[in-house]
Design a protein around this ligand. Structure first.
Ligand SMILES: Nc1ncnc2c1ncn2[C@@H]1O[C@H](COP(=O)(O)OP(=O)(O)OP(=O)(O)O)[C@@H](O)[C@H]1O
Ligand code: SF4
Ligand SMILES: [Mg+2]
Length: 525
């Protein structure tokens, strides 16, 4: 168990119960530090957060801003070595300083958590039904028959078709979206008072995401729980949350109702996040404005506002001391920015350097803005990939064909990004994999950096592979678990002539393919 400041001696054994007028969750001045080889990581710095019953609070911020560490502190699931200070109260009852047995009773019964990856929340060797039954029986004295009946009811509630039959299936027999539904069923099984959802839709495709968000609304309605919705996606927050807390470098830097945050933001970082979102109401030819740079290291935070190195409004005073989260001109709207008053009636277009510059920069780098004059880095023409559909356990026979990719054509010019979008199973990854093979396709042509894949010899193929880089969907499956990551640094890309993120140990690839990323595809026939 992590080291905590509250002492168990003063705490009653009774589990927290709903109390009139008392918030479901009250986090006060939460600080979490992790000792590491390089020093102490101050992951959460003085976070305050209140969640009421039937309220959804969105917790947003860039990667590493402390969202998950905050939620894991509530669940009592931080690493042994974590040093936790402050106060976390559920229905007014302190959670910090509790032993694991007491917290186990709270987890699942009073507080439920929904993680990003539903597979890691389910045990592969037990059926879906058994796992929900276990979740029910751990916290209440239910007979096997009643628990099974309730498990089926819950599966039905979360939209699993034919729940009596599907309850006997194993997790690997469910799609990602169905597994997340099961996790939600388990989360609401014991009617929790607080649900913490940590990026519950990030691993799912957009249509399934929308269904899962609808389902979370149902779950919240059924339980009247307070919900903490942790997400990178401001669209998710807009659709679901009542209030939003924006985190940066371990602190809450803005807190407001969802409408206020979107329409009257009082922090340049939030304005930057909103400016990076595609907006249908804005000029489609205007490029999005990214917040340049990276969040600071939590090992040695410099003095002053941690956002100062990236903020377009920085003045000397910003570097002197870190601004506190204080009230703004708007009711129940707090921000940690000394210049918030200058943001009244300003949008991201007024705050962030714009846009035309990007276009002229693009032209300067590529030498032209005429698309046709640019060289092709990838040309795919009528690409086809099929798989045989087999039947029979011993004597397999072909009973049909799956048309995974069926006559796809596209062209990517130097400096361009092509989005390939479509529902789960529509052939996006198969298209990318067929290109990466650098072999003669079943039908059609793949021309990479001017070389026809069908005509490459082994040496050309090896050389071309050095110019290809792939970013896979699951980051956990990509880096080796047994080796330390070499830090990414900023280096100058000679082609682009500007600072761009690159890995010191690898050369700048000519073509980058990602397996998650506008190009609509439909599922295979
Ligand atoms: N067990 C740990 N030991 C050391 N540092 C940790 C540990 N867990 C988290 N951290 C650090 O704490 C900081 C906050 O991490 P956290 O996981 O809360 O970020 P996050 O906002 O949830 O990011 P993401 O959006 O990527 O999930 C990061 O700098 C992270 O490296
Ligand atoms: S305090 Fe200064 S640096 Fe920080 S967000 Fe406000 S204007 Fe930017
Ligand atoms: Mg996280």
């Amino acid at each position: 168990m992590s080291k905590k400041t509250a002492t168990a001696a003063h705490l009653s054994d009774a589990l927290p119960e709903r109390q009139e007028g008392v918030p479901v969750l009250q986090i006060r001045d939460l600080n979490v530090r992790f000792p590491s080889e390089d020093g102490v990581v101050h992951a959460v710095r003085g976070v305050n957060l209140t969640v009421n019953a039937s309220e959804v609070v969105g917790l947003v911020g860039e990667s590493g801003s402390g969202k998950s560490v905050t939620s894991m502190s509530v669940m009592g699931l931080l690493d042994e070595g974590a040093r936790v200070e402050g106060s976390i109260k559920l229905h007014g009852t302190e959670l910090l300083g509790r032993d694991d047995n007491w917290m186990s009773d709270v987890r699942g019964k009073k507080v439920a958590m929904i993680f990003q990856d539903p597979l890691s929340a389910l045990t592969p060797v037990y059926t879906i039904g058994d796992q929900i039954v276990e979740a029910l029986q751990v916290h209440s004295k239910m007979s096997d028959k009643d628990a099974w009946a309730r498990a089926i009811e819950l599966l039905d509630l979360v939209g699993i078709p034919n729940p009596e039959v599907r309850a006997k299936a194993f997790p690997h027999e469910f799609s990602g979206g169905m597994r997340q539904r099961v996790v939600i069923a388990m989360a609401i099984a014991n009617d929790p008072d607080l649900i913490i959802a940590d990026e519950p839709t990030t691993a799912l495709d957009v249509t399934i995401q929308a269904q899962i968000l609808d389902l979370l609304r149902v779950a919240q309605r059924e339980t009247h729980a307070g919900v903490v919705m942790i997400t990178h996606d401001l669209g998710v927050v807009a659709g679901l949350a009542d209030r939003v807390a924006v985190m940066y470098a371990g602190r809450v830097i803005e807190r407001a109702s969802v409408d206020d945050l979107f329409y009257h933001s009082r922090h340049p970082y939030t304005i930057g996040l909103l400016g990076s979102l595609p907006r249908p109401d804005l000029d489609k030819d205007k490029p999005l404005t990214p917040v340049e740079g990276n969040p600071p290291s939590l090992l040695n935070l410099p003095a002053g506002c941690p956002f100062a190195p990236r903020c377009p409004m920085t003045v000397d005073a910003c570097r002197q001391s870190e601004p506190e989260l204080t009230d703004t001109d708007l009711p129940e709207h707090e921000a940690a920015c000394i210049r918030y008053g200058e943001l009244i009636d300003r949008s991201y277009v007024d705050v962030y350097p714009q846009l035309g510059q990007c276009k002229s920069h693009f032209k300067a780098v590529l030498g032209t803005s005429d698309r046709e004059a640019l060289e092709d880095v990838l040309h795919v023409e009528n690409l086809v990939k099929t798989y045989p559909l087999m039947k029979g356990a011993v004597f397999k026979r072909r009973v049909g064909t799956v048309h995974a990719v069926d006559g796809i054509s596209f062209r990517i010019k130097k400096g361009e990004t092509l989005g390939l979008v479509g529902e789960s199973g529509c052939g996006k990854t198969t298209t990318i994999m067929s290109i990466l093979e650098l072999a003669k396709p079943e039908a059609g042509n793949v021309v990479v950096l001017g070389h026809d894949a069908a005509k490459m010899n082994a040496r050309q193929r090896k050389r071309t592979r050095q110019d290809l880089q792939v970013v896979f969907q699951d980051p956990m499956a990509s880096p080796s678990g047994s080796r330390r990551a070499r830090p990414l640094d900023w280096s100058v890309n000679p082609d682009a002539g500007r600072r761009q993120r690159s890995c010191r140990s690898s050369s700048w690839p000519s073509l980058r393919l990602g397996t998650s990323s506008s190009w609509a595809m439909t599922p295979p026939r």
